[in-house]
Design a protein. Structure first.
Length: 245
């Protein structure tokens, strides 16, 4: 039964990562905590570790289809990296046991984005061929600042990063949905790796067998869902992403 739960958690997490840029933690952490009685901090560590490969391979798929803005993505990655380290330390201090405002903000943002993609799809926006148009230095700096805050949220809670990244890229930088998801997954692979290392160094326990099953299942789900997303017509993808959120 536990093996089945691990596989389902991993596949579900991989699908939402490759399809909508969501963090694997939104699926894996609730499964492990509620169904397997895992400590929250350890569950978040597994979720972050699973996010690394799932986001990396998803990002590669989007890159092959020219749906990543690498230049601005790298800049946001740098500030998100710093935020993640600080967030992981805060998560260790509070042990993820107390409710926090940012968690509710992340939840409400998820609901907002889901409704937005269903009611008002992101059918326009820039692709990578004209990514430098109408995107001044001020917007790039704003995205970097928001990236550091997003990194903090991801490091602290293990989730929310992909959701908030998608918000920044569609609303602040004006990406179309595919470029937003692709660039988000590229950044989240680095953020998740930073969070995983930070959590382990701060005392999170590693369960090799469950982690291996979950990470492999998550990777499979991400690869197939990312390929589907890049071939999918953008308006239809908006509907699917809205339902997933």
């Amino acid at each position: 039964m536990l093996f089945f739960i691990y596989v389902i958690a991993g596949l579900g997490a991989g699908i939402v990562t490759g399809l909508a840029g969501l963090s694997a933690a939104v699926v894996i952490t609730p499964f492990l905590v509620s169904l397997c009685n895992w400590p929250g901090y350890d569950a978040v560590t597994v979720a972050l570790a699973s996010d690394v490969l799932a986001s990396l391979f998803s990002a590669y798929t989007y890159y092959k289809n020219k749906n990543i803005d690498a230049k601005r993505g790298i800049l946001v990655t740098f500030t998100a990296f710093i935020g993640t380290v600080i967030g992981s330390y805060c998560g260790y201090l509070f042990n993820l046991a107390q409710p926090n405002g940012l968690g509710y903000i992340s939840m409400f943002t998820t609901v907002f984005l889901g409704i937005k993609f269903l009611v008002k799809p992101v059918t326009g926006g820039k692709d990578t061929s004209n990514s430098t148009e109408n995107r001044g230095l001020s917007k790039t700096i704003l995205a970097m600042i928001l990236g550091s805050l997003i990194g903090w949220v991801c490091g602290f809670t293990g989730s929310g990063g992909g959701i908030l990244m998608l918000t920044v890229f569609t609303l602040v930088l004006g990406y179309n949905l595919k470029v937003a998801v692709g660039t988000s997954t590229m950044i989240m692979s680095i953020v998740a790796l930073t969070g995983t290392v930070s959590h382990v160094l701060m005392g999170a326990k590693i369960y090799i067998f469950p982690m291996t099953i979950i990470m492999f299942s998550c990777l499979i789900g991400a690869i197939f869902s990312a390929k589907f997303a890049n071939k999918c017509e953008i308006k239809k993808l908006n509907r699917i992403v809205g339902i997933v959120y």
